[in-house]
Design a protein around this ligand. Structure first.
Ligand SMILES: Nc1ncnc2c1ncn2[C@@H]1O[C@H](COP(=O)(O)OP(=O)(O)OP(=O)(O)O)[C@@H](O)[C@H]1O
Length: 356
């Protein structure tokens, strides 16, 4: 973790939905920090709770049926779980911006894009209409809209998908936010455009100095943009650490399985077998145990393992994680092999890789 005080600190956050089928514990006691200027990627399969976690920060989830059932979200020292709707609206407007997968949804089809960006500028700063329009042109230019002066009066439908997402990013930047929460902002775009948008976000972060939470199910994207990674599964954080540590020494079998599906890094390239548990009745023990190739009796009972820090700033929620732990030293035959004690990885004994 960074030495700087975190800009955002999420502690034991629990978010649930009260549905006819039961209580869906979508986010179940997660904790993570985001330092100023840092990019944290929240990654995990579809349904793991990434969006609910990130939308709960400024209470964007529908409440009801959703409710924050516990925990704390501190932003720049203030507890947002206690904030009134008015305070949250002001924070969403001024300090925490969200961008989503579908840029169309964020733009009003009946107004020119420049007018929408200028309105966002005027919501956050006391400037004239003319100055706000100039700022809108600047922002369009900054996010890479060619000939911004000529495009400022165009309507959203006159832009391609990638260009629309750039316009949405310009709107988000109109407030000069401290934190940008980007939820799968490139998923709907083709691969070339995806990589342009990722590069753009990186450049903008250097220029504007904001923190970014980037939600994705794609570890390839994580490798491109993240400083730190939060790996989520079934409402829990399974592993967190620097992008380097998590990619070089994945310490939770779930992370390891995700990495093995990644082109260029993974060996198996097969999707992880099985599916996420029913969040109204999650399994006892580790939530991943029904799909874990290393699961033992210890994993199938009791409560979900705590996140433990065995290496500096690298934590994992696995019953076998601890000093010197090596994920590859655990057998999946019902008996846990003793933990490695030297802290080193020995891929020649990688039971996971050999078993495929
Ligand atoms: N309004 C809702 N009512 C009931 N359940 C919900 C609601 N919104 C989300 N959920 C449930 O919460 C869980 C987490 O959903 P969430 O959208 O956060 O997952 P995700 O990891 O972001 O998935 P994706 O990558 O597909 O967006 C899922 O089981 C989902 O069905």
């Amino acid at each position: 973790m960074s030495d700087t005080a975190p800009l955002l600190s999420v502690r034991d956050l629990r978010v649930q939905f009260n549905t006819d089928e039961g209580v869906v514990r979508a986010v179940d006691g997660i904790s993570f920090d985001v330092a100023p200027g840092e990019t944290v990627c929240v990654v995990g399969e579809s349904g793991s709770g990434k969006t609910v976690a990130c939308e709960s920060i400024t209470k964007l989830i529908p409440m009801p049926p959703g409710e924050i059932a516990g925990g704390e979200v501190r932003f720049d020292g203030d507890d947002l779980t206690d904030a009134s709707e008015k305070q949250l609206q002001s924070i969403r407007g001024d300090r925490i911006a969200h961008i989503f997968q579908d840029p169309q949804g964020a733009l009003n089809p009946v107004y020119p894009v420049g007018a929408q960006i200028a309105e966002a500028v005027r919501l956050h700063s006391d400037v004239s209409k003319a100055a706000a329009r100039d700022r809108a042109i600047d922002l369009l230019d900054r996010v890479g809209i060619p000939e911004a002066t000529n495009r400022v009066d165009d309507y959203p439908h006159e832009f391609s998908g990638g260009m629309k997402q750039r316009v949405v990013i310009a709107m988000a930047l109109a407030a000069d936010p401290d934190l940008l929460i980007a939820d799968e902002p490139t998923t709907a775009l083709d691969v070339t455009i995806q990589s342009q948008i990722l590069n753009l976000l990186r450049d903008l972060q250097d220029e504007f100095g904001m923190s970014i939470i980037f939600v994705t199910h794609n570890l390839g994207v994580v490798a491109e943009v993240a400083d730190r990674v939060v790996v989520m599964y079934a409402g829990k954080v399974m592993e967190t650490g620097s992008v380097h540590d998590v990619f070089e020494r994945p310490s939770h079998p779930y992370t390891k399985s995700l990495l093995e599906c990644l082109p260029g890094i993974g060996r198996s390239m097969e999707p992880i077998g099985g599916s996420l548990p029913d969040l109204t009745a999650p399994p006892e023990g580790c939530r991943f145990h029904p799909r874990c190739p290393h699961a033992t009796a210890d994993c199938r009972s009791g409560s979900h393992p705590e996140l433990l820090e065995a290496a500096s700033d690298h934590r994992a929620a696995c019953v076998y994680y601890g000093p010197g732990y090596d994920v590859s030293a655990i057998r999946g035959d019902g008996e846990a092999e003793t933990r490695a004690t030297d802290g080193g990885r020995d891929d020649s004994h990688d039971s996971h890789g050999d078993s495929r």
